[in-house]
Write a protein that binds this ligand. Structure first.
Ligand SMILES: [Zn+2]
Length: 448
């Protein structure tokens, strides 16, 4: 019998990782009473919620088994063993036979992408529908676990190969050759993405924390991410790797129009006309627009790099679509939209008033003060007040889409090279090498 097992919130801010747990479960499958029949799904949820761990990721394993109850129990025991409950993990596990029997779960997925989901409501729905669940801590992970089982290849999707470190290496520097990352990027882009930051000259494939992830290669097909990974040179004995199908790089969280008045922690987009734009402390750019008759505040933070530089060129009268997440009010500002990307829909004409030119020598006249007219500093020629000219200034911005720099991308951010390369409804079978585990099963049984 085929079933889907969703797992979420097993990690904490101090390390571990829900994907590592999924890798452990899948690695055991050759010696267990279940097998994995499709790519495990790595499902990113609303990055703008406050109570997430680092990446706000859930995973779903498509498993085939004749012993559903035993399989669920063995997955739960691995979750129990590997969840970092002591450091704040609130794990949830959900088992579903057929997602088509649970259309309400699709709503849970979409809600968990765009907003904040009430855990009790989801728990009740699961209970009413007889869906087996398991939870640790406060069980908040049930929401992500339930959401993850309805994400599949019918949505736009990408793949990621994640390589895992042996336990003795956790917390030590990751040793790989950045030049090999550049070479891989040049040979595989645009079929892979976000490999290397050419501006800051550093690889983007590896995290920096103490977690078990060595590196991840993101791309458009399972074959591409595997080939790209094999091009990398590294100096560490790995525990193995696994390829996931994922909603990363799809902007899935930005598909809905934001509600007005703004709801804290929601993600989406809104359109409007800019009424004010000004830089603030720290190099952040603040934009105020009128959207559906309401005034909305937006911030384009300095770390967004390219996006921040483009937003500095916006002026009142420009029409924009702003995509991002709603921050809760703070002491300094009310609710505002933290922009993740901006589409400039139309540009206002930029004009400036300038002093007249000297009729004698062509120099631009200086103002003599309010209502006192103008005088030439070179020849003394004078002009009356009221002869200022309107000058049109060419805009340094064009209509179009503006994105943040790759280093500021979130997992869900759709990179520029994916526009026009969306991949809904494209399904690949499991390829040779989709899963490699170099740790023997007895060793696995002993690991905590
Ligand atoms: Zn003059």
């Amino acid at each position: 019998m085929k079933c889907l097992v969703g797992i979420d919130d097993t990690d904490s801010s101090k390390g571990f990782c829900t994907t590592y747990l999924a890798f452990k479960v899948a690695s055991q499958s050759s010696h267990a009473n279940f097998r994995v029949f499709g790519y495990p799904r790595l499902v990113r949820l609303n990055p703008n919620v406050p109570f997430k761990t680092r990446g706000n990721a859930a995973v779903c394993l498509p498993l085939e088994t004749e012993e559903v109850k035993e399989t669920f129990e063995s997955v739960c025991s691995i979750v129990e063993r590997l969840s970092d409950v002591g450091n704040g993990a609130n794990s949830g596990v959900v088992l579903l036979h057929d997602p088509r029997t649970a259309p309400y779960l699709r709503t849970v997925y979409l809600a968990a992408l765009h907003g904040v989901v009430n855990k009790e409501r989801v728990a009740n729905q699961l209970r009413e529908n007889g869906v087996p669940t398991f939870q640790l801590g406060n069980g908040m992970g049930l929401v992500g676990a339930a959401a993850s089982v309805t994400f599949d290849e019918s949505y736009d999707h990408t793949y990621e190969l994640i390589a895992y470190r042996r336990r003795d290496f956790w917390g030590t520097p990751r040793r790989f050759d950045p030049a090999s990352v550049q070479a891989m990027d040049r040979r595989t882009s645009p079929d892979t993405f976000n490999n290397y930051d050419y501006h800051k000259e550093r690889p983007l494939i590896a995290p920096h924390g103490p977690d078990p992830v060595f590196l991840g290669v993101r791309g458009s097909t399972p074959g591409t991410v595997l080939r790209a990974f094999q091009m990398l040179r590294y100096d560490e004995d790995l525990e193995g790797h696994m390829i996931y199908v994922t909603n990363q790089g799809t902007d899935a969280h930005l598909e809905h129009e934001l509600e007005l008045p703004l709801k804290a922690y929601s993600s989406g987009w809104l359109e409007g006309e800019i009424v004010a734009a000004r830089p603030g402390p720290g190099g952040h750019q603040y934009i105020h627009l009128i959207s559906r008759g309401a005034k909305v505040d937006c911030a384009v933070y300095e770390p967004t790099g390219d996006l921040n530089r483009s937003a500095r060129l916006l002026i009142p009268g420009d029409r924009v679509r702003i995509m991002g997440g709603v921050r809760r009010p703070s002491a300094r500002h009310g609710k505002l939209v933290n922009a993740e990307s901006i589409e400039v829909l139309s540009l206002a004409r930029q004009r400036t008033m300038s002093n007249p030119l000297c009729q004698n020598c062509g120099l631009r006249l200086k103002s003599e003060g309010r209502a006192k007219g103008f005088e030439c500093r070179r020849c003394g020629w004078r002009a009356r007040e009221g002869t200022k000219r309107i000058r049109r200034i060419p805009r340094r911005l064009r209509a179009g889409l503006y994105l943040s720099s790759p280093r500021a991308h979130r997992h869900l951010t759709k990179p520029l090279i994916r526009y026009g390369r969306e991949a809904a409804d494209e399904v690949y079978p499991l390829i040779d090498g989709w899963l490699r585990s170099f740790i023997s099963v007895p060793e696995l049984a002993r690991s905590p």
